[in-house]
Design a protein around this ligand. Structure first.
Ligand code: FAD
Ligand code: SF4
Length: 316
């Protein structure tokens, strides 16, 4: 690990201002992703700004009947919150499908949204990787791509966004709240938060330099049967090959988002109109334009089957 300096921020705005003013600074929350990347020298910040003391660890109701989740709420506390379990079951289920109990005790809401890809070539510093080193090439193209993206990818990068929580937040229309270094706040719909790779895959999200996530808000509950299905190579402690977050209403209408297939949680609102017709009809629209590799073409079928299983569970 390379030497770095460290400071504890006193307020969210001060943290953001410090991040802008200090070259090569990074925020650190639970550290469960950032420290691993620093040990491998994939991330090498010169300065760490510890946001742990910013009192962003509360879950509160909003005036319109939704929920505001502080950026530092741990995954354990979020998944076990009685309001989340009752009204946003898909979120609670997605979180407990991820990582391990010990990791979830440390991992935070903002840190989870910002975890980096698990593309194996991103972690192998002997291999070219446009996400790790812009312009160096992509070892996954023509390499082993079983885990990687089937849709929304580019000629520069076929990595997937690896998280579970964000897939549930996408189906719930969550909004990411931030403060910028000039103190101005902004609200970013989660649909717009993670980016597709295009020719700049090293930029994962729309956050600007120094911008700090302060909370994530959920709109008022939408009811329905809420399901999270995660298909992976091991029964636990593994990232999704494919995951499905579904909210299905009694009349068969609903919402669906998919993880493990793209550089961001994948939701196509137009595909949801086909939910009453079943998984095949939804999948045809959801995966239209998919460009799988030889190794991962199975994912397109796996999405359909996972969706079919979720819809069958919703029918009871
Ligand atoms: C073995 C293992 C298995 C895992 N399995 C899964 C899994 O199955 N599913 C899953 O979803 N996740 C999984 N994870 C990932 C884990 O959930 C993340 O590491 C964790 O959520 C990151 O949160 P953190 O608070 O530790 O973030 P950190 O490591 O502290 O930070 C991550 C990134 O977020 C930035 N950041 C943190 N807080 C803020 C903020 N408020 N504003 C702006 N930027 C911020 C940091 O600068 C850093 O770039 C796994 C991790 C490990 C190590
Ligand atoms: S797919 Fe993306 S993350 Fe993986 S090697 Fe290629 S550029 Fe890097």
């Amino acid at each position: 690990m390379k030497p770095f300096t460290y400071n504890r921020a006193s307020t969210p705005a001060a943290a953001a201002a410090e991040a802008l003013r200090t070259p090569n600074a990074k925020f650190i929350a639970g550290g469960t992703n950032l420290l691993d990347l620093m040990k491998l020298q994939i991330e090498a910040p010169a300065h760490l700004i510890d946001v742990g003391g910013l009192k962003l660890d509360r879950i509160e109701g909003t005036p319109d009947g939704g929920l505001r989740i502080g950026a530092l709420v741990t995954n354990t506390n979020l998944a076990s919150d009685t309001r989340v379990r009752r009204d946003y079951g898909v979120l609670s289920r997605a979180i407990v499908a991820g990582a391990s109990g010990q990791l979830r005790n440390k991992a935070t809401t903002a840190g989870n949204l910002l975890q980096r890809t698990r593309c194996p070539y991103f972690y192998d510093t002997n291999q070219p990787c446009n996400k790790r080193k812009p312009g160096s090439g992509c070892a996954a193209l023509g390499g082993y791509s079983r885990q990687l993206a089937v849709i929304g990818s580019s000629d520069a990068c076929i990595a997937t966004y690896p998280g579970d929580m964000a897939v549930a937040m996408r189906v719930l229309d969550a909004v990411v709240e931030t403060v910028q270094p000039d103190g101005i706040t902004r609200s970013i719909p989660i649909a717009d938060f993670h980016r597709l790779p295009g020719d700049t895959p090293h930029i994962d999200t729309v956050l600007k330099r120094g911008e700090l996530i302060t909370s994530v808000t959920l709109p008022k509950p939408i009811g329905g049967t809420q399901i999270y299905r995660k298909v992976r190579d091991r029964a636990s402690y593994a990232f999704a090959l494919v995951s499905v977050a579904a909210v299905v209403q009694r009349d068969g209408t609903g919402r669906v988002a998919v993880g493990g297939v793209a550089h961001k949680p994948w939701r196509v609102e137009a595909a949801e109109a086909a939910l009453p017709q079943g998984a095949q009809a939804v999948n045809a629209r959801l995966m239209a334009g998919a460009r799988p590799t030889q190794d991962n073409a199975f994912k397109v079928t796996l999405v359909e089957r996972t969706l079919a299983s979720a819809l069958a569970e919703a029918k009871g």
